[in-house]
Design a protein around this ligand. Structure first.
Ligand code: GLU
Ligand code: ZN
Length: 295
């Protein structure tokens, strides 16, 4: 089956090296694209230099290559896209769809993470302030290909959210929506930790007149203590020599069948078979899968 309109992407943040959880996300989006002979793009989400780990970007690209997860075209870096983000923030601000917020962290305590709207009609100047987009008192919903229907009332559950931080850095929500649209992404495949970010992204897409991509949120791989795998928890970097066994374990995490003799195959050989046998409907419909269950 071929879908020439399919454009997928993997969008790692270079705050650390790839770990097993990121491999599962990269593999799922690669397989979903390659199964229909679609494109698979790579975007480095380097919007937050203070949180970056030196060398992480190159190490991530190198790991993907050594695991056989080859991408199409040039790598896009969000750090080179500031002009595009600034133009949209300016436009939303001048149209009154976004406003400056001077609230301190302390002023926002006790609202359960929902912005209470203190600065909504204050008319603050932009200098040194965060920029928030006004959200409507509406439910935003979508049908996730794995998790099923998901909805959020933006006004009650999120509140006006930040698109540019007080220090000038652009927020993930803004950058991801602008770049997915700019790159023509048709399908977003990523970890279920971002499921509840999606309604904010749907709202920005609607506001900016973009098409809505399809979404598939895969279960997060968790530590025995229930925490997400990540650099703060025990989670070894992905060694090139471990590529085949870890790809097989990642396939099992995604509910895909594997065969014992694949253990002798190269990563490219494993991926060539896996893309032909890709069954996204077999991905567990769960928010998380403990890593310990996959050995
Ligand atoms: N950069 C995000 C992350 O590493 C992924 C964003 C996305 O896929 O939308 O968690
Ligand atoms: Zn405020």
């Amino acid at each position: 089956m071929t879908d020439s309109r399919y454009i997928g992407r993997f969008a790692p943040t270079p705050s650390g090296l790839l770990h097993f959880g990121s491999l599962v996300a990269a593999l799922a989006s690669w397989l979903d694209a390659r199964a229909v002979n679609g494109q698979w793009l790579l975007r480095v989400e380097d919007t937050d230099p203070p949180r970056e780990m030196p060398g992480a970007r190159d190490a991530i690209l190198h790991t993907l290559e050594s695991y056989g997860l080859h991408w199409d075209g040039e790598v896009v870096c969000q750090s080179l896209r500031h002009d595009a983000y600034a133009a949209v923030v300016d436009r939303l601000f001048s149209m009154g769809l976004a406003y400056a917020c001077t609230c301190s962290r302390k002023q926002l305590e006790g609202y359960g993470g929902v912005y209470p709207g203190h600065c909504r009609n204050a008319g603050h100047a932009r200098d040194g302030a965060a920029i928030r987009v006004r959200v409507p008192e509406l439910i935003y919903r979508f049908n996730d290909r794995v998790q099923g229907p998901f909805e959020q009332h933006l006004g009650r559950e999120v509140g006006d959210f930040i698109i540019q931080r007080r220090d000038g850095l652009y927020a993930y929500q803004l950058a991801v929506v602008l770049d997915d649209a700019w790159q023509g992404v048709s399908d977003v495949v990523r970890g279920a930790d971002l499921l509840d970010n999606t309604p904010r992204q749907l709202y920005l897409q609607e506001l900016l007149g973009f098409c809505e991509p399809r979404y598939l949120h895969i279960p997060l791989i968790t530590q025995p203590d229930g925490h997400k795998l990540g650099k703060s928890y025990r989670s070894p970097p992905l060694a090139p020599a471990e590529a085949t066994p870890l790809l097989l374990r990642a396939l099992r995490a995604l509910g895909q069948a594997t065969e014992a003799q694949w253990a002798q195959a190269s990563p490219d050989e494993v991926l060539a078979i896996a893309r032909q046998q890709w069954q996204p409907q077999n991905i567990p419909r769960q928010m998380s899968v403990p890593e310990a269950d996959l050995h």
